[in-house]
Design a protein around this ligand. Structure first.
Ligand code: ZN
Length: 299
C-alpha cells in the first residue's frame, strides 16, 4: 500500500489514482492520517484493498499537491553516523552505541514544499535518509519482534544548520529542527511492498547531479535493533518516525564545503518508495523586530 496525504486528509494510491481514504472506505478508515495508521496495520493489505472502491474520477497522483504523509508525529528520532561511509568521510569512528537525537515535529514539511534557508551565518546541509514509520504502539520490544511494529518506509531529509550544530558543545536538536528542516514523503510505502527491508538504496541529487548514493545494508545499527532500543525507554506511538542516518556525500565534508543556497533543488530518492523534490529558498525577514523603546523597555 502507498499512503499519502492531500490537504491534510489521508489518501491511498490505487493504480495511477489517489483516493481519499475515508470516502473510498465508506468511513471505515478515518480522514486523519495519524488515526489511520494503526487501523492500516490491523486490517493489513488485503483488508484495506477489500474496502477500497475505485473511483475513475479521482485525481491522478501527479495532479495534486502531496502533503507530508505523516503530518503530526508525536516523536521524531534521528541517528548520527549510522552509515560506515558517512562516519569515514567525517573522520569519525563508528560508534559503539547508536547516537540518537530528536527533531522537533514542527520541522515537518511535505515532499513538494520549500526548505527555508535562514541566511546569515547558517550553513545548511542535506542528508538523504530512509525514514521508518511506526504503525502500532511499541514498548520494550525485542529486536526479533520489531518489524511487526513498523508500518512502512518513506524518504526524508535530515536538514541541518552545521554552523549551529557545531557551536559550543553542539546543538543537535536545535540545528536539525528549524522550521522546514524535516521534509518527508512522497508517500508511506507499507512493508509488504518492500522487497528487502534490510537493503534499500538511498540517493540524493542536488540540481540534478548525484551527491549521495548508499544502501541501508551499510547501516551500523539495523532498523530492528534501533526500534527495539528506542522502545526500551520511550513508548513508540503510531506515526512516530525514525530517520535512520545518511550515507556519505553531505555538503559539510566536501572540499570545499558546499551548503544549500537560494534556488537549489534537492531530490531525495529511496528505492521502491519514490522521489521527493524540495526547493531551497532564502527565508523572508519575518516578524518585525521588537521595538527599542516602549512597553518592553522596562529595564
Ligand atoms: Zn541524519
Amino acid at each position: 500500500l502507498k499512503l499519502a496525504a492531500v490537504g491534510g486528509r489521508s489518501a491511498i494510491v490505487f493504480g495511477e489514482r489517489l483516493l481519499d481514504l475515508e470516502l473510498t472506505t465508506g468511513g471505515v478508515l478515518p480522514a486523519d492520517p495519524m488515526l489511520a495508521f494503526p487501523l492500516v496495520v490491523e486490517l493489513g493489505r488485503d483488508g484495506i484493498v477489500d474496502l477500497v472502491a475505485d473511483d475513475p474520477n479521482a485525481p491522478r497522483t501527479d495532479e495534486v499537491r502531496l502533503g507530508a504523509p505523516v503530518p503530526r508525529p508525536q516523536k521524531i528520532f534521528g541517528v548520527g553516523l549510522n552509515y560506515r561511509s558517512h562516519a569515514a568521510e567525517a573522520g569519525l569512528e563508528v560508534p559503539d552505541e547508536p547516537l540518537i537525537f530528536t527533531k522537533l515535529p514542527s520541522a515537518i514539511i511535505g515532499p513538494e514544499d520549500d526548505v527555508l534557508l535562514p541566511g546569515g551565518p547558517a550553513e545548511v546541509d542535506w542528508e538523504a535518509e530512509l525514514v521508518v514509520v511506526i504503525g502500532r504502539r511499541a514498548r520494550r520490544i525485542r529486536p526479533a519482534d520489531a518489524w511487526s511494529y513498523v508500518l512502512g518506509f518513506m524518504c526524508g531529509q535530515d536538514i541541518s544548520d552545521r554552523a549551529a550544530q557545531h557551536k559550543g558543545r553542539g546543538q543537535l536538536t536545535i540545528a536539525k529542527s528549524y522550521d522546514t528542516f524535516a521534509p518527508i514523503g512522497p508517500v508511506v510505502v507499507t512493508l509488504d511492498e518492500v522487497s528487502n527491508r534490510d537493503d534499500v538504496a538511498v540517493r540524493c541529487r542536488l540540481n540534478d547531479s548525484e551527491v549521495q548514493a548508499g544502501r541501508t545494508a551499510d547501516l551500523v545499527f539495523s532498523i530492528s535493533d534501533l526500534v527495539s532500543r528506542l522502545s526500551a525507554h520511550h513508548t513508540l506511538e503510531p506515526g512516530d518516525l525514525l530517520f535512520t542516518g545518511t550515507p556519505s556525500g553531505v555538503g559539510l565534508t566536501r572540499r570545499p564545503p558546499r551548503f544549500l543556497t537560494d534556488g537549489d533543488i534537492l531530490e531525495t530518492e529511496v528505492e521502491g518508495i519514490g522521489t521527493m523534490r524540495n526547493r531551497c529558498v532564502l527565508d523572508s525577514p519575518g516578524l518585525d523586530p521588537v521595538p527599542a523603546t516602549g512597553a518592553c523597555d522596562a529595564t
